[in-house]
Design a protein around this ligand. Structure first.
Ligand SMILES: [Zn+2]
Length: 325
C-alpha cells in the first residue's frame, strides 16, 4: 500500500510532480510519482510505498556482498586504509576513538576497519545474512532490522555513521530522533547521501541515476539535509562534496538508454563510445570534487549542547565546501 505524505523535512503539503519513476536498475515493474517540495526542495516519492511493497525491489541474495564480508579478515588493512582513511580522519577531527554505530553497514568493511583502528563498534542492517556474517565471523555487535527496533541503550554512542541510508528510510526524522536518544553529549552524526541540488540532478532530470527509484524514497539538498538534522538536534559543522565515478557511468547508461534508445552495459562492457563519454564525464567530475554542485555529499553534524551552554559559537559555518583533493 502507498500513502500520500507531506514533506518529511518541512511538513509542507505543496509539491510539484517531477516525473513518474520506475526501477531502472533491476527493471522490476511499478510506477512511482516523484515530487519536489515547493517549500524546501526535498525530492520524494509520493505517495510513499511502504516497507512490504518495497521489499520486492531489494534483491534477496547478493553473493558479491556476502563474499566481501566473508573475505574481510583476509583483506589487507593497507587497502582499507587507503579507501576509508579520509572518512576516519574527518571523524577523528571531532572525536577521539570511542563508541561508533554504523547504520546500514552493508558488507561490514567500515565497521571492521574502524574496529581495527581502535574504535568500539556496533552496527544495524536490514540484511539478516550480513548481520550473521559480520556478527559471527567478525565478532561485532550486529543487529538486524531498522535502527528504531534495534534496542540500543540511551547514550550508547559517540559517533553514528549513515553511508547512503537516510534516502532509504521511511521516516528520516524518526531515524534522527532515535540517534539523538542513543548518543551522548557532543556526539557526531555523519550522513552520506546524494545531492539533489547538484548540476547532474538539474541537467539529467529523471535520468539522474542516483534518484534510484523506488529504493531511494528521498533526495536531499545540502540545505534541507541541514534543516532535517538541525530539527533533530544535530548542527551541521561541515559538508564534504564529491561525485563518484560510478555515478558518471550509470548516468550515461540511463541517458543513452532513454534518450537515444541505445542499450549496452557501460560499467562492465563499455564500448569505445562509452569509454570516451565516461572519460569526459570523469574530467568534469574531478573538476567538481569538493564543490557544492557535486553529486554526493557527506554532512558532519554535532549534537547540540543544551541551550544554556550552546549559545554562541555552536552554529557551524553551514555547508562549506571542502576540497577533498
Ligand atoms: Zn519541504
Amino acid at each position: 500500500m502507498s500513502r500520500p505524505v507531506n514533506c518529511a523535512v518541512c511538513g509542507g503539503r505543496h509539491h510539484e510532480l517531477m516525473f513518474i519513476g520506475r526501477d531502472r536498475l533491476f527493471g522490476i515493474e511499478g510506477e512511482f510519482p516523484v515530487v519536489r517540495c515547493q517549500n524546501c526542495g526535498l525530492v520524494f516519492i509520493n505517495p510513499r510505498p511502504e516497507l512490504e511493497e518495497l521489499a520486492a525491489y531489494y534483491p534477496q541474495e547478493d553473493y558479491d556482498l556476502y563474499n566481501k564480508a566473508a573475505g574481510l579478515k583476509d583483506r589487507s588493512m593497507d587497502e582499507l586504509e587507503r579507501l576509508l582513511w579520509p572518512r576516519r580522519a574527518l571523524i577523528e577531527k571531532y572525536r577521539q576513538p570511542g563508541r561508533l554505530l554504523d547504520v546500514g553497514f552493508g558488507d561490514g568493511s567500515w565497521l571492521y576497519y574502524m574496529r581495527e583502528s581502535g574504535w568500539d563498534v556496533a552496527g544495524v542492517d536490514f540484511n539478516e545474512k550480513m548481520v550473521e556474517l559480520v556478527g559471527g565471523e567478525l565478532g561485532i555487535d550486529a543487529r538486524a532490522g531498522q535502527l528504531e527496533d534495534a534496542g540500543f541503550d540511551d547514550d550508547s554512542f559517540d559517533v553514528v555513521t549513515l553511508w547512503g541510508v537516510l534516502e532509504h528510510v521511511q521516516d528520516p526524522a524518526g531515524t534522527i530522533a532515535e540517534i539523538d536518544r542513543i548518543t551522548g553529549e557532543g556526539a557526531l552524526l555523519v550522513a552520506y547521501t546524494q545531492n539533489a541540488a547538484s548540476l547532474e540532478a538539474r541537467f539529467l532530470d529523471e535520468d539522474w541515476f542516483i534518484y534510484e527509484i523506488p529504493r531511494h524514497l528521498f533526495s536531499f539538498t545540502p540545505d534541507n539535509l541541514a534543516r532535517l538534522l538541525s530539527a533533530g538536534g544535530f548542527c551541521v559543522s561541515e559538508t564534504q562534496f564529491e561525485s563518484p565515478l560510478y555515478y558518471c557511468q550509470m548516468n550515461w547508461q540511463y541517458l543513452k538508454q532513454r534518450r537515444l534508445g541505445m542499450d549496452g552495459d557501460v560499467v562492465h562492457r563499455p564500448s569505445l563510445l562509452d569509454r570516451a563519454i565516461v572519460k569526459a564525464m570523469d574530467n568534469y567530475r574531478r573538476a567538481l570534487t569538493g564543490r557544492s554542485w557535486s553529486a554526493a555529499m557527506t554532512a558532519y553534524a554535532v549534537k547540540r549542547l543544551p541551550a544554556r551552554q550552546g549559545a554562541g559559537g555552536a552554529e557551524g559555518d553551514g555547508a562549506e565546501a571542502q576540497d577533498a583533493g
